[in-house]
Write a protein that binds this ligand. Sequence first.
Ligand SMILES: C[S@@+](CC[C@H](N)C(=O)[O-])C[C@H]1O[C@@H](n2cnc3c(N)ncnc32)[C@H](O)[C@@H]1O
Length: 342
Amino acid sequence: MCPTNPAGEPSNNPLQVGIEPETLDPVSDETDSSFGDDLESYTTSLKSSVLNYRYVHGRRYHGFKEETYLFPNDDEEKDRIDMYHHVMTLRCDGELHLAPIGPNPQRILDIGTGTGIWAIDMGDKYPSAEILGNDLSPIQPSLVPPNVKFEVDDVENEWVYSSKFDYIHCRAMACGLRDWPKLMNQAFKFTKPGGWVEFQDFDCEFYTSSNGEFEKGNSIDDWAHKIRDGAAKFGLEPEPGPKLEQWVKDAGFINVESRLLPIPTGTWPKDKRLKEIGAFDLIQYLDNLDGISLRIFTAAFGWSPEEVKVLCAKLRKDFRNPKQRMQHNFYVVWAQKPTDTE
Ligand SMILES: C[S@@+](CC[C@H](N)C(=O)[O-])C[C@H]1O[C@@H](n2cnc3c(N)ncnc32)[C@H](O)[C@@H]1O
């Protein structure tokens, strides 16, 4: 399978899905046959490394870099990412961002864009802007607004963008990245003076309440701690949420604002809006516990896939328990790059 452009034609660039690159270097008519051969073999091997998905325990994983990311990239996971987009957007009162980016941003970067659902919504909302989303997996659709494009990239590598961004967004990357301070420094470098960054993320704690007090110590919380410990064994940061605020400050951003927004799991809240959020959150966990758990439990703790599936079946029952009034924390932090930098 080859990525296609919006017209549905195969793209020549294996790393580019969506609109054509903003600028292209002029192409010489002269051909250097030795370079041409090298280039062809280089792009062929790059294309195959990006699209050569790996299949483990019946799930599909990205092929870009071995063991860089432990959650799948198949259709079930794509549905989960889209569902989670609704949970997080609804929890922000329907807003795609909380940073005050103004009505006419020009360049926006979405780090680890997943299915690209946020980037696509931003493209519709801000026709003035060009939105670039990057990800290890080319799992984004090809029919997207003309101002949205996607690239395959490992965001933990050195960034090489030719110009800076008005706004950089990074959401739901818990268990996905290793070096957050480096990411923050790169975000600082590539934000325009006066521009904004926003990070939205999680930790691995689930709270239940029988009497109005939310407490830890339940089967879901135990499972989440195993996910936390397993991801950490691979050097992945499982709990960026509570650390975001300090990291953005350390990177040099100012006007830092943060919100801690508990997300209910299940339909237990009385409030209609929270009930809807809780319903979506519950479905996204019920449908995808196996996907979240399989790779981490087998690779980090030596469980068999069958043992993981049995645990997930039990946890699904616990998730459905209406008495447990479960919630977990969603952290949103936004901040500005000083105007007098550079
Ligand atoms: C849970 S999804 C979140 C997707 C999106 N940010 C959202 O909120 O809808 C995490 C995504 O991060 C991507 N990812 C993980 N590590 C990455 C890396 N080092 N570079 C680029 N993308 C990465 C994964 O491939 C996955 O699509």
